[in-house]
Design a protein around this ligand. Structure first.
Ligand SMILES: N[C@@H](CCC(=O)N[C@@H](CS)C(=O)NCC(=O)O)C(=O)O
Length: 83
């Protein structure tokens, strides 16, 4: 299968953030293909700031098959999107 034609998801999160834990707990209940990116890793924190415009977590990076990228910041929106 050519995975480049699929939507790619990555969740920027922080271990001690309640809103992140809410999303991660929701994800544990299902089979989600989401790469987890801990912002304690400087590289991920910088990518979040550069791409999304702020360091707030959680943030879901949604990369469409056509290359368009959306940065979704609200935990409730993320859960709704994944659900
Ligand atoms: N309304 C947001 C709140 C997210 C939030 O407050 N995140 C905090 C960590 S718990 C944060 O990233 N603060 C640092 C910042 O905004 O740069 C949500 O539900 O996702």
């Amino acid at each position: 299968m050519d995975t480049t034609k699929e939507t790619k998801l990555a969740l920027y999160y922080s271990k001690y953030c309640f809103f992140c834990q809410k999303v991660l707990t929701f994800m544990r209940g299902g089979d989600f293909d989401v790469e987890l990116r801990n912002t304690s890793d400087r590289e991920h924190a910088q990518a979040l700031m550069a791409g999304g415009g702020k360091t707030q977590v959680p943030c879901l990076r949604i990369e469409q098959a056509n290359g368009d990228v959306q940065w979704m910041y609200e935990s409730d929106d993320i859960i709704r999107y994944l659900g």
